[in-house]
Design a protein around this ligand. Structure first.
Ligand code: PSU
Ligand code: MN
Length: 324
């Protein structure tokens, strides 16, 4: 059973492998947002964002947009997903399209990779799942929308996303608009501190709240003026803590950002609904995000897409700076 064979069922796409060998900039991208985030039906460009293919299922249009955003900024995208039991770092377009349509696709956190591989299953990787792949492949930068963290009500039920522990174990810069607004953000910021993960504000000293800007109530542990400085901070961090990640906190683009007070009331309703319906565990994040999307009439979707694209661009800039 433990035979020789390949030790880890991971497959790095030729373009990504070439770039890593040549020490060119690579940015990892997640796919939980593809399998468990945006709808599988086509939609008009959210917020009128450029480069959106309105003929594709919205979830596939998003992954395609993020890959081209990374390329346009001079880096190679490495979209991560599990396809029929193989963890792919760089997913070919036909496989990505199949995953986008697959209603049985699993949501794969770090601990779900082994079972999915053994069972030859397919799924989208969360931040935690994507970090496992990035670390195995030697990718130093990963762009996402907002990381998972400490859920509200954690004193009753300690639901803490494995995104946090995965960041504590992977030497990867995670570019994110802070953490998801559905979370207990002060508790999430404290957990990042406890785990030894620096929070580097990109042009800000406030911790962004995903689709909402930060305010004076929550800060970062370091401020970087631009991508070059963020890259220098990462390199210095990895000299002291070579196996720990960095959270690069990039505020949401102003034009699409949703005021925090408005998000608060929408999130409170969504959490009350989730509690009534007994939603918990891995299902809670997709449930809350979908409820917020509906309640804001698509404005949260436009903001989410804008955040993802901005982070893909910033991630590519940081990856380029790491290699210059
Ligand atoms: N974006 C979505 N839906 C999701 C996620 C992102 O639209 O479900 C994923 C992210 O990949 C993040 C994860 O890492 O949710 C956090 O979920 P949990 O709290 O179960 O760890
Ligand atoms: Mn959880």
């Amino acid at each position: 059973m433990t035979g020789d064979g390949p030790r880890v069922p991971i497959e790095i796409a030729p373009e990504v492998a070439d770039a890593l060998r040549a020490r060119r900039a690579v940015v990892a991208l997640e796919t939980a947002v593809l399998t468990h985030g945006l709808p599988r039906t086509p939609m008009a460009a959210p917020g009128g964002i450029a480069g959106w293919d309105a003929a594709l299922p919205a979830n596939l249009a998003l992954s395609t947009l993020l890959e081209s955003t990374v390329r346009a900024a001079g880096a190679v995208p490495a979209t991560v997903a599990m396809v029929d039991g193989t963890l792919r770092v760089g997913v070919a377009p036909p496989a990505l399209a199949r995953l986008a349509h697959d209603t049985a696709a699993r949501k794969l956190s770090a601990r779900d990779l082994g079972p999915a591989a053994a069972q030859r299953a397919s799924g989208g990787t969360t931040v935690a799942g994507t970090l496992v792949a990035a670390a195995l492949a030697g990718i130093r930068v990963f762009a996402t929308g907002g990381i998972g963290g400490v859920h509200r009500g954690w004193t009753e039920r300690p639901d803490v996303s494995a995104d946090l522990s995965a960041m504590a174990r992977a030497p990867v810069a995670v570019v994110s608009a802070g953490a998801k607004s559905i979370l207990d953000l002060p508790a999430t910021v404290e957990a990042l501190d406890a785990l030894g993960i620096p929070v580097v504000g990109l042009g800000t000293d406030r911790f962004p709240r995903f689709v909402s800007p930060g305010d004076d109530s929550l800060g970062v542990s370091a401020v970087a003026a631009d991508a070059r400085e963020a890259a220098r901070i990462c390199v210095a961090h990895w000299r002291f803590m070579p196996s720990t990640g960095v959270l690069v906190a990039n505020p949401p683009p102003e034009a699409q950002a949703i005021p925090a007070a408005e998000m608060e009331s929408v999130v409170a309703d969504a959490i009350a609904n989730a509690a009534r319906q007994g939603i918990r565990g891995a299902a809670i994040t997709p449930f809350l995000l979908a409820a917020v999307q509906r309640a804001t009439g698509g404005r949260a979707t436009a903001a989410n897409v804008a955040v993802l694209a901005a982070n893909a661009r910033a991630g590519a800039e940081i990856a380029c700076a790491l290699h210059s």
